[in-house]
Design a protein around this ligand. Structure first.
Ligand code: HEC
Ligand code: HEC
Length: 185
């Protein structure tokens, strides 16, 4: 290796290591699953999956920044969570808060999380994923009759009604199938 290349390799690895230090997912996890990391990291916490998947799809923490999870997972806020009582006992709440914070959009290497983190870095904390400009924009052209007027969807918040691989963190348009409207694309 020429000296010039050695220097380039050194700088490149230093850059890689320093950016890796900022993300909580390990380097090997990142390198090995690069191809799969186009979406968001799937939910790995059993408590989160159970408690937050009771009334709707268990949204991956990587779909919102930490400041949003902080607001959503406040003990008081959960007593009136979009009109429902989603209260948790204190120990469970603490575990879920920690899990969400550790896996929030800005801690992740996954492509969609990075996009969401960048878009929400400044400004107020969104309380809905469906409110994010990026998310509302990609759904803009779906007629209301296919969402609210669709008995098998009802709300854009029901990601997994249409995204067949949502639980895997995959939201690509080629994995979408709107119930009762198989020909929409
Ligand atoms: C008792 C039922 C219930 C439980 C339990 C519950 N939620 Fe919800 N959640 C709702 C309802 C209802 C909505 C509003 C859905 C809609 O507008 O269609 C909602 C919406 C949300 C949204 C916004 C979705 C969007 O539109 O982008 C997030 C984020 C969310 N919940 C996170 C959580 C988390 C995290 C937990 C676990 C601590 C949780 N929820 C537990 C009922 C619940
Ligand atoms: C009514 C069905 C439906 C629901 C519910 C829905 N989506 Fe989608 N989503 C679609 C369709 C259809 C597309 C493809 C749009 C296109 O290709 O123009 C899409 C596209 C996307 C994309 C962009 C995909 C790409 O290839 O770039 C993302 C990200 C996404 N949805 C996330 C979500 C999330 C997160 C939720 C829940 C909060 C959700 N969607 C709920 C139907 C839905």
């Amino acid at each position: 290796m020429s000296n010039k290349f050695k220097i380039i390799a050194l700088v490149a690895s230093a850059l890689l290591m320093s950016s890796v230090a900022h993300a909580r997912e390990s380097t090997s996890e990142w390198l090995i699953s690069f191809e799969r990391m186009k979406g968001v990291k799937p939910v790995t916490d059993k408590k989160y999956a159970k408690e937050c998947g009771e009334c709707h799809f268990a949204y991956q923490p990587g779909l919102l920044p930490a400041k949003s999870w902080e607001k959503l997972l406040d003990a008081k806020a959960l007593k009136n969570h979009f009109g429902e009582n989603a209260e948790l006992d204190e120990a469970t709440l603490q575990d879920i808060q920690a899990y969400a914070a550790e896996n929030a959009a800005e801690t992740s290497w996954y492509k969609r999380s990075r996009k969401i983190a960048a878009a929400t870095a400044n400004g107020p904390a969104p309380l809905r994923i469906t409110e994010l400009r990026y998310i509302s924009r990609v759904h803009h052209e779906i007629p209301e009759k296919m969402i609210k007027g669709n008995k098998d969807v009802k709300s854009l918040s029901q990601c997994n009604a249409c995204h067949t691989q949502a639980a895997k963190g995959v939201f690509d348009s080629d994995t979408v199938s709107i119930p009762n409207y198989p020909d929409f694309d």
